[in-house]
Design a protein around this ligand. Structure first.
Ligand code: KG4
Ligand code: ZN
Length: 335
């Protein structure tokens, strides 16, 4: 089964064709990051307008790259939420019109669930088996930090979530405090790498463990960085040292709490997903500490893309089938 997926929930206009939920035939991503970087974050109205301009060429490129015509497709899928309402509306309405014109089944996909399905894509064609259930999932993106238990396709239970900032949001805000630009995650990771060459002492930063709960909290850590940057804890250390200490604190909590939940839930694997899953130290820390095998998509499939949308649609075909009244759902939860 070949499915065209389309993603427009935030600042990436993306389209991809995936066969049988695993084989990646094409993956086209038009990022608006450079445009939003000027404003230090995603400006919703600009995002919607950019999606409008990019969406048809991006879809055409995805079909061409896959060597596919409309008649080769079995369905079209689109992210219906969560995300920016105006951005989602562009994707949903364009894909709805295409499905109608080409007489193809229309599938509405949950963006957070789709992030997990990046782990089903066999990107290098090595034919590795898909992850076995039950699975623990950690979805860490710009808007969400959710810990979930996945018992089967479509059977997802929320175990914990952030009580304040999402992990990616904390990376973005701290990067701004440190003058490192947008998006903050890759900028902090790069700065932290440079820190290892310095002799200076890194600042001590707090970790919010929140007892036995699977919830997260990152706003206290962010405030602690602000105090360090303002010199309220003594002369401010080098930016690289602060970036490294911040990244270490986030990684410690994410990997530590995920490993603990994996042990408690006795899962057969752990799925890392979402933009923050591209972070090298997080990938390594989780692999070191998890009691079960860890699955991580390639960095390109961690951040927003449409291959994950097409893959998810294949496994959630019946549940996702939508009528012409398909609408966006900006606050859609993962479960
Ligand atoms: O999943 P995603 O592309 O979009 C949302 O659904 O939000 O996640 C974007 C987030 C941003 O906050 C970005 O700073 C973060 O993922 N991110 C990273 C890295 N690459 C992207 N965070 C840490 N390390 C990275 N290498
Ligand atoms: Zn995302």
């Amino acid at each position: 089964m070949k499915i065209l997926g389309v993603e427009t929930s935030c600042d990436e206009t993306a389209a991809a064709v995936v066969e049988d939920g695993r084989k990646l035939l094409s993956n086209v991503i038009a990022s608006q990051a450079a445009i939003h970087a000027r404003y230090g974050g995603v400006v919703p109205e600009i995002a919607s307008r950019q999606h409008l301009e990019a969406i048809l060429p991006v879809i055409q490129a995805a079909l061409a790259e896959a060597g596919c015509g409309w008649r080769d497709l079995d369905a079209v899928a689109v992210t219906k939420g969560p995300g920016l309402v105006g951005a989602l509306l562009v994707g949903v309405n364009v894909v709805k019109a295409l499905a109608y014109a080409r007489d193809l089944p229309l599938i509405g996909v949950n963006h957070l669930e789709a992030h997990l399905y990046a782990n089903w894509i066999d990107e290098d064609g090595s034919g590795e088996p898909p992850p076995p259930f039950p699975l623990l999932g950690l979805i860490v993106s710009g808007g969400h930090s959710d810990m979930v238990l996945m018992e089967e396709h479509g059977q997802i239970r929320l175990l914990g979530r952030t009580l304040d900032d999402a992990a990616g949001e904390a990376f973005d805000k701290v990067a701004r405090l440190l003058g490192l630009g947008f998006p903050g995650g890759p900028a902090i990771e790069a700065a932290a790498e440079r820190a290892t060459e310095s002799e200076a002492k890194p600042p001590k930063l707090p970790r919010a463990w929140l007892g036995k709960s699977d919830d997260f909290s990152f706003s206290g850590l962010k405030t602690a960085v602000l105090h360090v940057v303002r010199g309220e804890r003594g002369p401010p250390p080098a930016i690289e040292q602060t970036a490294a200490a911040f990244q270490e604190a986030v990684v410690d909590v994410l990997a530590g709490k995920t490993a603990r939940a994996a042990r408690r839930q006795d899962v057969r694997g752990v799925l890392l997903a979402g933009g923050v899953a591209a972070n090298g130290p997080l990938r390594r820390a989780l692999a070191d500490r998890s009691p079960a095998p860890v699955f991580v998509p390639s960095p390109l499939l961690c951040t927003d893309n449409a291959a994950m949308v097409a893959a998810c649609a294949c496994y959630r075909y019946e549940a996702g089938r939508a009528g012409w009244d398909l609408d966006v759902s900006p606050n859609l939860p993962v479960a």
